[in-house]
Design a protein around this ligand. Structure first.
Ligand SMILES: *Cc1c(COP(=O)(O)O)cnc(C)c1O
Length: 696
């Protein structure tokens, strides 16, 4: 999907922000925000980064609640460190350089972007986080190499498929330069991106995926441009293609083989490995490929062994097993006469989405350093035993590099009205079923609440069937349902104290939850939550000094009942509802979805024609931050274009309709003008909703 043009003006905007560093002495170019706000407003950011009281919205810290409790509840230390935390004002702060640099208040940033007409839903990218992830990965390998006295080096690449956005790839190449960090392409379009974008001398360009002649030739010819392109054979057919191209072009390629390991992956992508995997050569095929290359005089070119056992490997034991098997294949290839130089361990390095540091699917039971240590140690051992020199280590970590850098900000447009379940005392002449329900209601206490729950539900069901047979009036049925609701509220309050919800009470929590309507399309911005039940940490980015008294699930804007989020991270397993604050009139309520920088953007689709969201790139500067790029989300005209509608044709058709309606006096002239004005304006606007002041 093409993105709109980025306005030039934004690239020169600098903004002042509350940070731990001192504010600048010199004046920045004023932003539209500062230009329109009252004099003195900017000055209210005090030097130590805290805010003056009049800057805050009417804040209502809850007695017996603290910011620390919010931190615990949303598990932000578990998944967010060192980039995300909560400040004393109860807002999420971002420290893009971890402990090494300044931080900014995410809520303030969102507000200042809104003032510049960059509205939610909004994807904010922190380039410094991307830089920090690259630094960390390289530092972990450097440390492991030093620790095990490994005589080879580490030479990482970023798999382009993980996030192909141009600004991100350009940043990545720039940040990766000191480490000669390269790129991995998994398709022809990605190869074209990689050849054009990779400007780092000596960096590797790993060419994976299905290949045709054009792919192979382009990859080989790119060596003439100075690229360190390595063509990885993924299918046996590709061997002949490579031999033929090499002969015709008179270019000596560097080749790799992707092996299907028998070591199994784990979880969602477990089937990426094993004999039935889609990619790679089986061991018999590896042997055939080696002989074909030998016969063609190209065995010298075979220098790399690659494997990839799937993404988000949550257990370190699985990684170790794969490494052991792959190291052995590497050694054997060297013995067969290949000129082995590189071992490419693929992706799989996990992200701790739920902060549990466990081997649950949304987590991982190891850290980046453990991973690097195991790669280095396993390979070294295998090579030492076989008495061959160790390879250059390549990894293709995508998720671990790209996830943290972006945050999706969504605003809540409204919530389902929580029902009024107050009940008047029952009268003696009311229907027996209503009297039974009321009696149940009165009897609820901590000793019998579970039993009372089942009674209440059963009585309610009976009331519904009595209504069906004509024995209850509509008012009586309403009364029965209201008393049942009151029972549930009372039971839930007791059950929550117990802290250990039995299964049916968890069901009750779900039943009683409010719906929070969010300005978002799950299908566009977080497709994996729908497609594969992926969990991302979600939390309010402000009001964290206040106890979140509501329980809710999130509904998106699409007319699809799957367009919802009703699974959230939790200490054990998942939870069905998220703790949220009641909405306040006249004030936007913002939620952040974190760690979603990998895979989501391009997998997103145009369901209901909700398009790409706005994206901003934020760089930290010594003065505060800098808006490096604004990529405006799709307009309605753009998404209509994807399904072959021309905006001007549509407008013309509506103009004709209103002309004839005018003639038949079905519409007044001012009405027709308003209709056409709105139609035209909508065509130019964002596909998401403008938030209406809740007080209106
Ligand atoms: C997807 C993919 C990767 C990236 O995996 P992550 O788990 O995101 O690091 C690496 N290599 C190959 C071959 C892939 O298909």
């Amino acid at each position: 999907m093409n993105r709109g043009q980025e306005p030039d003006i934004q690239s020169i905007l600098q903004d002042k922000v509350s940070r731990r560093l001192d504010p600048p002495e010199d004046h920045q170019i004023p932003s539209p925000a500062t230009a329109t706000t009252e004099v003195g407003d900017q000055a209210s950011h005090s030097r130590n980064g805290t805010l003056d009281a009049h800057d805050l919205p009417p804040s209502q810290p809850t007695a017996g609640w603290s910011v620390e409790e919010s931190e615990k509840l949303y598990r932000i230390r578990g998944w967010g460190e060192p980039y995300f935390s909560v400040n004393a004002a109860g807002r999420v702060t971002v420290s893009p350089q971890g402990d090494r640099g300044g931080s900014l208040d995410l809520y303030e940033l969102v507000q200042s972007l809104e003032q510049r007409d960059i509205h939610a839903p909004l994807l904010i990218r922190f380039s410094d986080i991307l830089a920090d992830r690259i630094e960390r990965l390289n530092a972990c390998f450097a440390k492991a190499i030093a620790r095990y006295n490994y005589s080879g080096r580490y030479h990482g690449v970023f798999p382009v498929k993980c996030n192909q956005q141009r600004h991100l790839i350009e940043d990545l190449v720039r940040f990766g330069q000191p480490h000669q960090f390269g790129l991995e392409a998994g398709s022809k379009p990605e190869l074209l991106i990689a050849i054009a974008s990779l400007t780092t001398p000596g960096a590797l360009l790993i060419c994976n995926g299905y290949k045709d002649l054009e792919y192979v030739e382009t990859a080989m010819l790119s060596r003439r441009l100075g690229h360190q392109s390595i063509i990885v054979l993924e299918q046996l057919d590709e061997v002949a293609l490579v031999i033929e191209s090499s002969r015709r072009l008179q270019i000596q390629p560097t080749l790799g083989i992707r092996a299907k390991l028998s070591a199994k992956g784990i979880g969602r992508w477990g089937s990426s490995a094993g004999d039935r995997a889609k990619f790679g050569l089986t061991i018999p095929e590896v042997v055939v490929a080696v002989e074909q290359l030998r016969a063609a005089g190209l065995l010298e070119a075979l220098q790399l062994l690659h494997f990839h056992i799937g993404s988000q490997i949550s257990a370190i034991s699985v990684i170790k097993d794969a490494l052991r098997e792959a190291s052995q294949i590497y050694v054997e290839l060297a013995r067969l006469g290949a000129n082995m130089q590189y071992l490419d361990v693929g992706g799989g390095l996990g992200v701790d989405y739920d902060g549990s540091k466990s081997k649950s699917a949304a987590s991982k039971n190891y850290n980046m350093q453990n991973y690097a240590n195991d790669v280095v140690a396993e390979v070294k051992e295998a090579c030492a035993e076989a008495d061959i020199s160790v390879p250059i280590l390549v990894s293709e970590s995508g998720r671990a590099i790209a996830s943290h850098q972006s945050v999706l900000i969504m605003n809540v447009l409204g919530s389902s009205i929580s029902q009024d379940y107050s009940v008047a005392p029952v009268q003696a002449d009311e229907h027996l079923i209503i009297r039974n329900l009321y009696e149940t209601y009165q009897s609820i206490d901590p000793d019998n609440y579970q039993e009372a729950y089942h009674d209440a539900l059963q009585f309610k069901e009976e009331a519904v069937s009595l209504f069906g047979f004509g024995y209850l009036s509509l008012q009586e049925r309403a009364r029965a349902e209201r008393i049942c609701g009151a029972c549930c509220t009372k039971i839930l309050a007791i059950a929550r104290q117990d802290n250990d919800l039995a299964d049916d009470l968890e069901d009750l929590e779900r039943r009683m939850a409010s719906l929070y309507y969010t300005n978002l399309s799950v299908f566009q911005s977080a497709p994996d939550t729908w497609a594969i039940d992926q969990l991302f940490p979600i939390m309010p980015i402000h009001r964290l000094e206040e106890e979140p008294t509501q329980r809710g699930t999130l509904a998106d804007l699409t007319c699809d009942s799957d367009g919802k989020i009703d699974q959230f991270i939790h200490a054990r397993d998942t939870k069905a509802v998220l703790e949220l604050h009641p909405l306040r009139s006249g004030e936007s309520y913002y939620l952040g979805m974190f760690l979603n920088g990998a895979y989501q953007e391009v997998m997103g689709n145009l369901h209901n024609l909700f398009g790409d969201t706005n994206v901003v790139h934020i760089d930290l500067t010594p003065q505060g931050y800098h808006i490096a790029h604004v990529v405006k989300g799709d307009t309605i005209t753009e998404v209509l274009g994807y399904v072959q509608y021309e905006a001007k044709d549509l407008l013309e058709k509506v103009r004709k309709q209103s002309e004839s309606a005018l003639q038949q006096q079905q519409i007044t002239l001012p009405e027709a003008q308003l209709l056409l004005k709105n139609y035209e304006r909508s065509l130019r606007s964002y596909t998401y909703l403008k938030s209406v002041d809740l007080a209106d």
